[in-house]
Design a protein around this ligand. Structure first.
Ligand SMILES: *Cc1c(COP(=O)(O)O)cnc(C)c1O
Length: 417
């Protein structure tokens, strides 16, 4: 009898299957030797897949020389990464931490500090329906989804929510309080790859400028080359005052980044915020190597081409598979919206050797490593197609008689494992 691994952990995750033990290229391998094509990248983290030679080299050299110093002192990888991030973005200042939610916490504090000095009422924070900003209290309060708040009330004071992409409603809510910041994901990830419109972001930019509000872009999922542009904001031609990053930035190690215009953080002072691990040498040296690679023009161009190829293939499926409702996204940030519950489809895809990730609005995310090939895309779409054909558009498993061919193949595959 196999041990129930879930019994070891606080039950906040629902996991099944054998533990993963190895990764190579765009494939993961579990303890039983089964191989999976990874189109989830550990939730948009592994931008260069697994065992990428340039990153492996950094781990060997940096890992052998210096892992941690704290922020009582400078360390070289942190300085190199800071300089490169500032050079490649709109920003003048950087703050390092360890995760997405921590980056957003820092951004909330930066905004409140600045707001408070303008007026004691200027502490309100606006965010948008279906957004996701993290799980700690500030970021959770900014996450405008009741399902994440339930049972954890009271959430922080001064957080308000407006409908995504709705200018009139947003303007109305903004006029009711003194806002310190507006938080937005230019392309929402967790809720299903939903893009803001350029008009909406331009409107927010103008409103923020007019009323001394900081415009904060959470690019934790959409930033760092995922869309085939280094930063999501380049797609809309709207520059934020603060941008938060995490997920891929540490090349697979925990690293969060807050990029800021000088004016957004000029009132922050020594002791106002801090972190023990943030900006540790190993994560920063990996981040530096990663940023050099993914910010290369030809690398970004290839991500855009691969994204178009993936979307074209998924759109072809949509013509024959009625439960595919929509294919959307930019670069290798792609969502497929289904008319049925995506969860069993994702589970079945895993059985069939393909890792995908469920998102909101009945959507399945295709967020592979940015170094996949056309051939990997062909394989992934083919597994997705076979798996979907095992479901009817009511979400039931299809009758064996009707789809005997597909069933036979999937049984064969099962027997092999
Ligand atoms: C994942 C995510 C976060 C939270 O990041 P953690 O590292 O899990 O804390 C915040 N915002 C967005 C847009 C995300 O995708």
């Amino acid at each position: 009898m196999k041990k129930d691994l879930n019994s070891l952990f606080v039950p906040v995750f629902k996991r099944t299957g054998a533990p993963f033990v190895k990764g190579k290229g765009v494939y993961l391998f579990d303890e039983d030797g089964k191989k999976y094509l990874d189109f989830g990248s550990g939730i948009a983290v592994n931008a260069l897949g697994y065992s990428y030679p340039a990153l492996e080299k950094v781990i060997k050299t940096q890992g052998a020389s210096l892992l941690h110093t704290s922020n009582l002192y400078f360390n070289k990888p942190q300085i190199e990464l800071a300089e490169l991030l500032l050079k490649k973005s709109f920003a003048d200042k950087v703050f390092f931490c360890n995760s997405g939610t921590e980056a957003n916490e820092a951004a909330i504090k930066f905004a409140r500090k600045r707001g408070n000095l303008i007026s004691s009422d200027k502490y309100h924070i606006l965010s948008f329906t279906d957004c996701f900003h993290g799980r700690t209290y500030g970021a959770l309060s900014a996450t405008a989804q009741p399902v994440f708040h339930q049972g954890f009330e009271p959430i922080l004071d001064g957080f308000h929510y407006a409908p995504f992409n709705d200018m009139e409603k947003t303007k109305e809510i903004l006029s009711q309080h003194q806002f310190a910041a507006i938080f937005i994901e230019p392309i929402q990830g967790e809720s299903g790859v939903n893009s803001a419109t350029a008009e909406f972001l331009r409107f927010l930019r103008e409103y923020a400028d007019k009323f001394e509000i900081l415009l904060i872009f959470d690019e934790i999922q959409c930033g760092m080359a995922r869309t085939g542009h280094l930063w999501g904001y380049e797609l809309f031609n709207v520059i934020p005052d603060i941008m938060t990053l995490a997920k891929p930035v540490g090349g697979g190690l925990p690293l969060g980044v807050v990029l800021c215009k000088e004016t957004a953080v000029e009132k922050m002072a020594v002791g106002d915020h801090g972190t023990t691990f943030g900006g540790n040498p190993l994560a920063c040296s990996l981040g530096f190597e990663l940023l050099k690679i993914v910010s290369d023009k030809s690398f970004l161009k290839e991500v855009r081409r691969l994204g178009q190829y993936l979307k074209k293939k998924l759109n072809t499926l949509k013509e024959t598979i009625p439960c595919i409702e929509e294919v959307r996204g930019t670069g290798l940030f792609v969502g497929v919206q289904l008319s049925i519950d995506p969860l069993p489809v994702v589970a079945k895809c895993k059985d069939n050797g393909l890792l995908l990730i469920k998102a909101g609005h009945h959507t399945i995310r295709f967020i592979p490593p940015l170094v996949i090939t056309d051939n990997d895309i062909d394989k992934a779409v083919s597994i997705f197609e076979k798996t979907l054909s095992e479901f009817s558009c009511t979400g039931e498993m299809v009758d064996t008689e009707v789809k005997s061919d597909v069933k036979k193949k999937s049984t064969l595959r099962k027997n092999k494992n």
